[in-house]
Design a protein around this ligand. Structure first.
Ligand code: ADP
Ligand code: MG
Length: 338
């Protein structure tokens, strides 16, 4: 089928998703490159992510709006994990011939709606033809003061490991989309929304960055057991997690109960949460908890602590026994340290 819209027309329509009122933007969509300034004295923070149909998203259960929303959420989450403020997005897209212009604009609506929530404007991109499946690249520019930036390295032995989101909901939502039950009750609908339209913790990231208390930070995209491993390797430390401290939502409890599944497994290995995982010194906990509660009206969770032995991947179960976990997840649990 021949394409029924032109690249030129599409870019003209995409342009409306750029917020032109920002004085920091000197030139955006329509020239050969974009020109902008970032706040004085701040360092530029850039992240980019490539999403490919079937590997990263599926059109059978995600709308184009959902796809746009989620790819931006994933990038915003990376900026959040650095403690930075997001500013500008660049979207490059390879579109198969048979896709309609309407569906691409719906995708941009999703990108634009979540972008606006976090003051992030589309500034450009590239458009090309794909042989069969869609591919989408998002590049996001943010900034932060050098002393506020958060890195994966920097965690010390005895630091507490904390998370800003309950864990495992997104993965439960995916299971519900893959194996739809006869009826979607309210808790199930909430889990599905968490999978399709995750909220990146941009404000939480800025709060943590400004607190000056955080020693290391990463966002949860691959799942707790994998991502805490990345942080541990970057910081050259080990990890000890506690099952009785894992934050599990009422919705996830309900879901795993109906499925006779383990909520612990979901919370340890479920990806695409886009909450933040961070470490702090134990003597800063009380002050940070208090300020966090005042700012967000909710608390973060302490789920473990950092150990001095880099190979440690310890997990204390509810019954008090200790086992080790692999960075890849719960399925590889062994009882060798029991
Ligand atoms: P060039 O041929 O020089 O790459 P393009 O025609 O691709 O120029 O792009 C023209 C303008 O449209 C540029 O400002 C570019 O950033 C913008 N643009 C192109 N494709 C997209 C897209 N998919 N999303 C946002 N902006 C785009
Ligand atoms: Mg181009």
């Amino acid at each position: 089928m021949a394409r029924i819209f032109s690249e030129f027309d599409l870019i003209r329509k995409i342009k409306k998703y750029h917020n032109t009122s920002n004085p920091a933007v000197l030139c955006s969509i329509g020239d050969d490159a974009a020109v902008f300034t970032i706040p004085q004295n701040e360092k530029i923070v850039i992240t980019t992510d490539l999403f490919v149909e079937e590997s990263h998203f599926r059109k059978d259960f995600s709308s184009f709006y959902d796809i746009g929303y989620k790819v931006m959420a994933a990038n915003l989450s990376d900026i959040a994990a650095m403690g930075a403020t997001p500013h500008y997005a660049f979207i490059s897209i390879a579109i198969p011939k048979e896709y309609t212009e309407e569906s691409i604009l719906e995708l941009y609506q999703g990108i634009s709606d979540i972008g606006k929530q976090f003051n992030t404007t589309l500034l450009g991109g590239d458009t090309t033809l794909a042989p069969s499946q869609m591919a989408l690249n998002v590049a996001l520019v943010g900034s932060a003061l050098e002393e506020e930036l958060l890195y994966r390295s920097g965690a010390h032995p005895e630091d507490l490991i904390c998370t800003t989101k309950s864990l495992g909901d997104s993965y439960a939502g995916l299971q519900l989309l893959l194996h739809p039950p006869e009826s979607i009750t309210e808790p199930f609908a909430k889990l599905i929304t968490k999978h399709l339209r995750p909220t990146p913790h941009v404000h939480e990231g800025r709060f943590l960055a400004k607190s000056n208390f955080v020693t290391a930070c990463i966002d949860i995209s691959d799942g707790l057991s994998g991502d805490i491993g990345h942080l541990a390797i970057a910081s050259n430390v080990g990890v000890h997690l506690f099952e009785n401290q894992l934050p599990i939502s009422e919705e996830l409890k309900f879901f795993t109960h109906t499925q006779h599944a383990s909520s612990t497994q979901f919370s340890l290995t479920g990806g695409e949460e886009y909450g933040l995982l961070f470490t702090i010194s134990p003597n800063k906990l009380e002050e940070l908890q208090k300020k966090y509660l005042e700012t967000f009206g909710t608390s973060f969770w302490v789920i473990g602590k950092i150990t001095p032995i880099p190979s440690d991947r310890l997990f204390t179960k509810i019954d008090g026994s200790v086992c080790s976990f692999e960075n890849t997840g719960w399925d590889h649990f062994s009882d060798k340290n029991k």
